[in-house]
Design a protein around this ligand. Sequence first.
Ligand code: PHE
Length: 356
Amino acid sequence: MDTRTRGPSDDGGIEGEELRSFLERVRAALSLEDLESVRVALLGRRGLLSEKLRALGALPPSERAARGERLNGFRREFESALADRRRALEESASEGRLRAAAVDVTLPGRGRRPGSVHPLSRAIDDILRIFQARGFVPVDGPEIEDEEHNFTALNIPPEHPARALHDTFYVPGGRLLRTHTSPVQIRSLEDEGPPLRVLAVGRVYRRDADVTHMPMFHQVEGLWVDEGVSFAVLKGLLTDALQEFFARELPVRFRPSYFPFTEPSAEVDVGCVFCDGKGCRVCKGSGWLEVLGSGLVHPALYRRLGIDPARWSGLAFGLGVERLTMLRDRVSDIRYFYDNDLRFLRSPRGESYVCD
Ligand code: PHE
C-alpha cells in the first residue's frame, strides 16, 4: 500500500502527509530527548494522533471502524519507527561512551622515571661495602633494648652521668629504645665471643630535634676483637675507611676523649669538607669536623663476660650515618632525609639543598 497517496483519512491525503511528517522527524532525531519530544507531539495526552483517536467517538459508526483502523495502523507504524530509532540512538550513545573511555595501550607512558636509592641507604651501602672489604660481618640487634645491654654492660652503671646525657626514651616494662648501637657489641661478645669482626647498622633514638638532630637516626657500630688489635690498627682502619667514604685524601685526626666502654677513647675528626680546613661556619672556624667516636674496648666489658683481657684486645667505633651523609653530600638540614620531597630524593647528592 502506498501510504503517501492513500493517507489515513479521506481528506485527499493532506492529513496523511501531516502524520507521515512525524515519521520523518523520528528518523531525523539526533538524540533521545529529540525523539521523546516527537513522541509527545504525536502520542502525548494532547498529541495530534491522540486527539484524532479521541475524536473517533463522535463519528457515525459506519465511518468510525475504517478510520480507526487507519489511525491505529499508523500508530503501530510510528511506534515501530520510534523503537528502531531509539535503539539506534542508544547504541551510538554507548559506543561514544566506550570510545571516550577507551585506553590506547599502544601509546608510550608519560613521565616514567627510574626510582633512586635514598641518600641514607646509599651511604649505608657504601659504609657496609668499605668495612666488609676489611673483613667485617654485618650483624643486627634489637631496637628495644634493656638497660643491661644499653648501659650497664657497657660500663655505664645506674648513677653514671652518661645515662642522663643520652636523653633516653623509656618504654613500659623497664625497657628503652636503644640510644646507640653499642649494645650490639655486648650481644655479639655474648653470642660469639672473640675473635670477631662485626658491623651493626641500625636505628637509634634520643629525645632531640633540630636542624642537625632527629629523635631517630642511624648509627654504624664496628667491633673487632682478636689477639693484638692495637690503637695503631684502629687509626689505620678508620683513616682509610673515612678517606674511602669521602673519596678524598682528607686529613684525619684522633682527639683524646672519653667513653665509659673504651679505654683509651678518641673522637675522630676530618678536615672540614666545606672550607678545606681554612675555617668556616660549618666547622665553627676550627677547620675540623667531628665524625665518629672510637677507642679500644674497656677491659671491664671483657671481665663481665668472662673473656680474658690479657689475651684478647679490641677496637670499637660508632658513627652517625645522617651526620656523615650530610657532610659528604652537603645536605644542610637533617629533616630533608625524612620529608620525602622528590626534589631532594632525585638529586644525586642532594645538590639542590647544598649548604655553603
Ligand atoms: N656509642 C657511642 C655514641 O653513641 C659511640 C662510640 C661507639 C664510641 C663505639 C666509642 C666506641 O656516641
